[in-house]
Write a protein that binds this ligand. Structure first.
Ligand code: FES
Length: 109
């Protein structure tokens, strides 16, 4: 069985470019937590806080389509650019993910 991977990018040298195995069936947020990738989540994955927002850098069809809960928090332009709520994303193949800083998240909110 093929193993898929998540590669993270951010502004830090400690994480950027690191790749982790993708555990299918778990949300991206849960994958991040399993690999000790820092998130800014405050609602525990209930699609309320919007603080788990990330940007999918690879093809969008490597993930499920945005769900209604995401459309309440992210605007159409953000979704078109690849912004998603990690707690609502299920990855189906290799993906590349950009992790914004807290400042960037707060600017978007
Ligand atoms: S964890 Fe709060 S919106 Fe995703």
């Amino acid at each position: 069985m093929k193993t898929y991977a998540i590669t993270f990018f951010d502004d830090s040298e400690s994480l950027s470019g690191q790749t982790f195995p993708l555990i299918r069936g778990k949300t991206l947020l849960n994958n991040m937590l399993l690999h000790s990738v820092v998130t800014h989540s405050k609602c525990g994955g209930k699609a309320i806080c919007g603080r788990c927002r990330i940007k999918i850098l690879s093809q969008q069809d490597h993930c499920n389509k945005p769900v209604e809960e995401e459309k309440l928090i992210l605007n159409e332009s953000q979704i078109e650019q690849g912004w998603r709520l990690a707690c609502q994303v299920h990855c189906l193949r290799d993906i590349q993910v950009y992790l914004p800083s807290v400042t960037e998240i707060e600017k978007q909110s």
